[in-house]
Design a protein around this ligand. Structure first.
Ligand code: GCO
Ligand code: MG
Length: 402
């Protein structure tokens, strides 16, 4: 089955998405998500200039060889831009493979290990009162796992908290906005926040929290330790992950489960973390971490070390990415949880999907392939809008992690 053509579709139905569409001589096409928030055009250029010309004429069924062609075969390998492009290629080829066999993708990954996917929702508010209310709303919607982020008195903007009354969306039009950060205020605030969430809602709900890379290992260790009484499902990105050994210190001091990796893009970002059992959940999503072909290997390695998956699922990953994750989540044994941030209603004008939320879980239909389609005519109504993630500085102006 020869690849006859491929094209990149960029659209902005509320936020930017980059989608790769690969065509074959069997009349079957596949879709892959190539969205990299705030760096969309870099991936488009990499795909159009370097990947698509090399894809045409190859056999779409050879997913393993083509993965290595674009990974090992590229002297300048790894990194988020190239890996987002390679991930999109891999997802599109697995979509084609499953459609050609007329079966949902999960059947090619081992079939179903479960019949629905546990998801976590986001609850956030400008202050603890609003945040508690938001947690209550998510409970009422049936969510069994809730990520809690709150505005902190004395800090004007904070990661994970919506500014107006729109749902939280970190990328803003134009150049990066600057935010200010205060680790001391944050560290004394968060344990109190979780105490009041547990006092209000009890023990019968999984709670999660995202530090968003803003602690040093010793600060993260303090936070993880002080959060122990509230039994988090996980503490996410407690430190920035470039230095894998940094997690050793956090681990030595606390039993709070740790999740990391939404900005990782290969297994090599995880080797120390997994083999030394320094984490509990891998977050690297299919659409940034090398697609089905590579995440299958990462998940298999993780399984040997009691590490589970908890894939990134923010709104900047398209419905193609979320649906592909759901197939993977259904199939593997060491699935843990799936992040679920519903897309804005305008997204469903462009993408048709086969998943639905019910009572704390996402359910997937039995459509062949990944089960997502994109209406190219409607996509044209939503042209690309330049947008960027914020930049973060400490109070004295020192540039810090966002
Ligand atoms: C999460 C993430 C996101 C990222 C976003 C950046 O846990 O969902 O931290 O909110 O910040 O994906 O583009
Ligand atoms: Mg995160």
């Amino acid at each position: 089955m020869k690849i006859t053509d491929a094209k990149v579709i960029v659209c902005c139905p509320g936020r930017n998405f980059v989608t790769l569409k690969v065509f074959t001589d069997a009349g079957i096409y596949g879709l892959g998500d190539a969205t990299l928030n705030g760096r969309e055009k870099a991936v488009v250029a990499y795909l159009e200039e370097h990947c698509i010309p090399a894809l045409i004429g190859r056999d779409a069924r050879n997913t393993e060889d083509l993965w290595h062609y674009f990974y090992r075969g590229a002297y300048w390998k790894r990194g988020p831009v190239t890996m987002a492009a390679l991930s999109a290629i891999d997802l599109a080829l697995w979509d084609i493979k499953a459609k050609a066999l007329n079966t949902p993708l999960y059947n090619l990954l081992g079939g179903k290990s479960r019949d629905r996917v546990l998801v976590y929702a986001h609850a956030n508010g400008k202050d603890p009162g609003e945040t508690l209310e938001a947690v209550g709303k998510k409970r009422d919607e049936g969510f069994l796992a809730i990520r809690v982020q709150s505005g902190i008195p004395g800090m004007s903007a904070i990661y994970g908290v919506a500014q107006g009354d729109q749902p939280y969306e970190p990328a803003q039009r134009g150049l990066p906005k600057e935010e200010r950060w205060d680790t001391a205020k944050y560290l004394s605030f968060v344990p109190k926040l979780f105490r009041s969430v547990r006092d209000t809602y009890g023990d019968d709900v999984h709670l999660l929290h995202d530090v968003h890379h803003r602690c040093t290992p010793i600060e993260a260790a303090r936070l993880a330790k002080e959060l122990e009484p509230y039994h988090l499902f996980w503490l996410e990105d407690a430190v920035t992950g470039e230095l894998q050994e940094g997690l050793r210190l956090v681990r030595q001091h606390s039993t709070t489960p740790l999740a990391i990796g939404e900005v990782f893009n290969t297994a090599y970002d995880y080797t120390t973390l997994i083999t030394e059992q320094l984490i509990d959940f891998v977050r690297m999503p299919l659409s940034h971490g090398g697609g089905i072909t590579h995440l299958s290997k990462v998940a298999a390695l993780a399984a040997l070390y009691h590490v589970q998956t908890g894939f990134h699922g923010a709104t900047d990953l398209s419905p193609v990415s979320l649906a592909a994750s759901l197939h993977f989540d259904l199939a593997i044994n060491n699935f843990g949880i799936q992040e679920y941030m519903p897309h804005a209603p305008s997204v469903s004008e462009v993408f048709t999907t086969g998943y639905r939320y019910e009572s704390g879980f996402l359910h997937l239909d039995d459509a062949p392939g990944i089960g997502v389609d994109l209406d190219e005519e409607r996509a044209k109504r939503y042209p690309y809008v330049p947008a960027a993630l914020p930049v973060n500085r400490k109070g004295d102006g020192t540039l810090f992690y966002w």
